[in-house]
Design a protein. Structure first.
Lengths: 303, 295
């Protein structure tokens, strides 16, 4: 197995080439049909053999085979449960934002999951997410492409992953594919019953796209319903409020507006953002927010 | 992609079977009998074989028959068990389809006990997410009264649902007992988050505000990992405790955060945010039951 790249001075995530090579070496595949039928073929063969040879061995052999088969099936079940638990562990590490640990675990697990498509897909999604959050956008895009191509495009999971891939494209300065995909996703989500979480994720991605492409005036125009729209994201809505603060800091309007008014709006959005997420965390995850973190006053947490 | 697949259908009760405790008892009894019967038949074959001094062809045929019968039942169980991940996936976005699969599964007269327990566990989740806490609590109680065997891993989730349903109806003794048992279980992160929410709610309902606020930063950090609804509820519960203990700044901060998480700046009525009754109304006269996790 390819070793996970680690430098002595700290953690270094894999490059796009390393991820592509690793996934090429360990592609998901269906379990072999021979392996699936082998236990039954073996049982049939042994029973036929026992019937033909007779004697003491014939009495014992079928029972031995039956118990061996039970043991084998039990082992297979335990193995799948164990791997399922390990993928759940990696998911928990990602929830706790321990991305290097989650990445290491999924990297090691992938070769063992190649014949378990569901678990493989979950692990690959986690790998992509970890790389994305760690800032290895090019490598994350390789993983996103693989996982998205392996699941039905109609599923809500695919929609979510395509949105995440848009964010990675934008962060990686690949604006054109991001905008095309965002337009397609927007068209697909026009149904009035689309879950609020999907609408919120779309809105956040659109806001990030506007910030990355310096369309700050477009961003601040969307201010009026941002609170209600992003609320389903929970704590992560804070990143959206922070992007709005950043937009107010940089917007250049055609009409000469009162700069103090724009600054007051920026401060208010930053206050809301930092009520949910500390300024350091905001700037670490979205480097564009460093300036706002340095200049705007944050909310005090009396905890 | 068809946008229809992104929609969340509103569940109806049509495809969700109601829980019948008597039927459950009968089914588990038959499942037990089936398991013992299989063991009994195998024992009888072995004894007959020993008494007859080994009869080559007869023995082989008997083994084959027992094996074939066992295989047929196991395949049926495996087929039902293979629907469990599908049911789990559908519980979130297509509850009717999940209810149909559960109904189909539990209608089998005899099956592996663990598979049946797993199906009833999914039924409890379905009832719970639909807000039928009386039924979900009844299913959880029934399952927890059984030896779960290889379905033991669902015990924490059963205790969580039981505790929540009991807290809602004001049965604090059962809720307390569930919390004590949960503290003795090995929990996943998601279960630990649920325990944090339930324990805080129990403590505040019983008037143990200081206990609820003892590690408030840690609880707030844990709440950030929760889905939005429970996260808001925990903030409000802690805000209430802070207000009652005279920590006005903390109370205001937590309430503002709860409002912001709900997408509002102005403080609305508590029940407009989560649909839950205000915590203070659950038990206006706190008792003096000890909290096991703080002593």
């Amino acid at each position: 197995m390819q070793q996970f790249p680690v430098k002595s001075d700290g953690f270094v995530p894999p490059t796009a080439g390393q991820v592509a090579g690793y996934l090429d070496s360990h592609p998901a595949r269906l379990p072999s049909r021979w392996m699936m039928w082998m236990p039954l073929i073996g049982v049939g063969f042994v029973i036929a053999l026992a019937a033909s040879i007779g004697g003491g061995v014939a009495q014992v052999l079928p029972w031995l085979v039956m118990f061996a088969l039970l043991g084998y099936l039990g082992y297979k079940g335990r193995r799948v449960r164990f791997l399922d638990k390990r993928v759940a562990d990696a998911h928990e590490l990602a929830m706790l934002r321990m991305m290097p640990a989650s990445l290491r675990l999924t990297w090691r697990l992938l070769p063992q999951l190649v014949t378990l498509p569901n678990l493989y897909g979950r692990a690959l999604s986690l790998l992509a997410l970890s790389l994305h959050i760690l800032g290895s956008h090019e490598a994350a895009l390789v993983a996103y492409d693989r996982v998205i191509s392996g699941i039905p495009s109609e599923s809500p999971m695919a929609f979510q992953l395509r949105l995440q891939r848009c964010l990675a494209w934008l962060a990686n300065d690949q604006i054109t594919p991001a905008e095309d995909e965002l337009r397609r996703l927007q068209n697909q989500s026009t149904d009035i019953q689309t879950p609020p979480a999907i609408i919120a994720a779309l809105r956040y991605t659109r806001l990030y796209q506007q910030v990355r492409t310096y369309h700050f005036a477009d961003a601040v125009e969307m201010e009026h319903d941002l609170l209600a729209t992003l609320a389903p994201l929970g704590i992560d809505a804070g990143y959206g409020y922070a992007l709005m603060a950043h937009s107010f800091l940089h917007v250049k309007v055609s009409e000469p507006e009162n700069p103090a008014k724009l600054l007051a709006s920026a401060k208010e959005w930053w206050r809301l953002a930092t009520m949910l997420i500390p300024p350091g965390d905001l700037a670490q995850r979205v480097p564009e927010l460093r300036e706002a973190a340095d200049t705007l006053p944050a909310t005090h947490w009396p905890l | 992609m068809n946008s229809h697949n992104l929609t969340t259908p509103h569940p109806t009760n049509a495809d969700v079977p109601d829980f019948d405790p008597r039927r459950f008892e009968r089914q588990t009894l038959l499942d037990n009998l089936y398991q013992w019967a299989v063991l009994g038949v195998i024992s009888v074959i072995v004894v007959i074989e020993m008494l007859m001094g080994g009869g080559g062809t007869t023995t082989t045929v008997l083994v084959f028959v027992v094996f074939a019968a066992w295989l047929a039942m196991s395949l049926a169980d495996a087929r039902t068990a293979s629907t469990l991940p599908q049911i789990s996936a559908q519980l979130g976005h297509d509850p009717n389809a999940a209810g149909g699969l559960i109904s189909q599964g539990i209608s089998r007269t005899v099956m592996n006990r663990a598979v049946r327990f797993e199906l009833y566990h999914r039924l409890a989740i379905l009832k719970h997410t639909k807000g039928d806490l009386v039924q979900s609590g009844a299913i959880c109680s029934a399952l927890l009264s059984q030896r779960l065997g290889s379905a033991e891993r669902v015990r924490p989730q059963l205790l969580v649902m039981l505790c929540e349903s009991r807290l809602v109806v004001g049965d604090y003794a059962t809720a307390y007992s569930s919390l004590v048992q949960l503290h003795g279980c090995k929990l996943s992160l998601a279960e630990m988050l649920q325990l944090t929410g339930l324990q805080t709610r129990y403590e505040v309902s019983m008037g143990y505000d200081a206990a609820a606020l003892r590690n408030v930063r840690q609880r707030v950090e844990l709440s950030e990992l929760m889905p939005t609804g429970p996260c808001i509820a925990l903030h409000q519960t802690l805000a209430l405790a802070a207000g009652r203990t005279g920590r006005a700044e903390l109370s205001a901060f937590l309430q503002s955060r709860a409002n912001l998480l709900a997408g509002r700046k102005e403080p609305p009525a508590v029940d407009e945010l989560t649909g839950d009754p205000p915590i203070v109304d659950i038990n206006p006269n706190p008792a003096t039951e000890p909290t096991p996790w703080n002593t």
